[in-house]
Write a protein that binds this ligand. Structure first.
Ligand code: UD1
Length: 319
């Protein structure tokens, strides 16, 4: 029986895909993760139903046998974060580019059926027009954005040259349960959630009027499964976003309203490599994949906040 592989399957997005696969009755799910940014606790309640393999995508030999014969490889393993790629570009280059090459090579040599790749909306950079559509010229502004774009191009080339079926999903600022709020490189909404639960001000880099198409993690997991099944999509790049646009000031205001508190944010200098505005054109995703996001921003924020409240240990004022 052929199996599914999720690289980075112990991570925030990878573990959501693992759960979704199991819900759909996938027989064998192999998780490849080096636990650099992933955590086994993200897979706690499904641990007995998966084949967890601690392996590193930088090491071809370690992953080739695991990928051989897979029906679909969901390639989520990466070092995320724009600022992290600026501060420390070597590991992110090696994992995001060389690691992706290894996954594609293993898929080709092992006859895998399809690779669904976690690409990034950061590839667009600053565009004159919103929403951002797949036909626009990419303008990466950071090592991370460039690395993710190179991975996408590699997918495209492996599809055209070697006939490996690949689909690249350009994720737009994914958020939700299990996003780690504790690192200086954490996604902004996880940082906001931690701050509101601890009743302290977050620091917003810039004026807070930058905007993002924040996308709930379960909608992204669903889109991955659709990309795994869709016909006539080999070699394509497709936006994986909601189509909306929320500023950081709006996001912080919503959290204050949900919690019924008033905590003004602090403001710091803008962050290097930052994109100003981001919003997905979802036409291709709807047409090719039947994309139908289920979670509004407010709903996703409420669900995520409840998860953090239940799960994460916070320090409250006076502790
Ligand atoms: C980028 C990509 C996203 C990708 C992510 C991976 C774009 C548009 N998006 O996200 O698709 O998944 O990299 O890491 O390029 N900020 C604060 N205070 C904080 C933290 C962040 O104000 O404490 C600001 C940042 O300066 C930025 C915004 O929040 O303007 C979002 O930052 P972040 O969550 O790190 O994601 P992006 O860099 O937008």
């Amino acid at each position: 029986m052929s199996h599914y592989v999720v690289t980075g399957g112990a991570g925030f997005i990878g573990s959501a895909i693992v759960r979704r696969l199991l819900q759909e009755g996938a027989g064998r799910v192999v998780v490849i993760d080096n636990l650099l940014t992933g955590r086994e606790s993200n897979l706690e309640e499904v641990r007995a139903s998966i084949d967890f393999q601690r392996a590193d995508i930088r090491n071809y030999e370690e992953i080739a046998a695991l990928i051989r014969g897979a029906a679909v490889v969901f390639h989520e393993a990466a070092i995320p974060s724009v600022p992290r790629s600026i501060d420390d570009p070597v590991p992110s280059h090696e994992i995001n580019i060389d690691g992706t090459f290894n996954v594609l090579r293993a898929a080709r040599e092992g006859g895998a059926g399809r690779v669904v790749y976690a690409a990034s909306s950061s590839a667009y950079g600053d565009t004159e027009v919103l929403p951002k559509v797949e036909t626009m010229n990419p303008r990466p502004k950071s090592p991370y954005a460039l690395q993710k774009l190179v991975g996408e191009y590699y997918c495209n080339v492996f599809s055209g040259v070697y006939g490996v079926e690949t689909v690249s999903l350009r994720y737009f600022n994914v958020y939700g349960p299990r996003q780690d709020p504790s690192s200086p490189y954490s996604g902004v909404l996880s940082v906001f959630m931690k701050a509101i639960l601890e009743r302290r001000s977050p620091t917003i880099f810039g004026d807070g009027e930058q905007s993002r198409d924040f996308t709930y993690v379960d909608d992204v997991a669903e889109l991955n499964l659709k990309a795994a099944r869709a016909k006539n999509v080999a070699g394509k790049t497709i936006n994986a976003g909601n189509g909306g646009r929320i500023t950081l000031n709006q996001a912080w205001a919503l959290l204050q309203a949900i919690e019924g508190v008033e905590i003004p944010a602090l403001y710091g200098p803008p962050r290097a490599g930052d994109v100003r505005d981001s919003q997905a054109d979802t036409t291709t995703a709807v047409r090719e994949l039947g994309h139908a996001p289920r979670f509004s921003f407010e709903e996703g924020m409420r669900l995520t906040l409840e998860w953090y409240r239940r799960t994460v240990c916070f320090s409250l004022p006076g502790d």
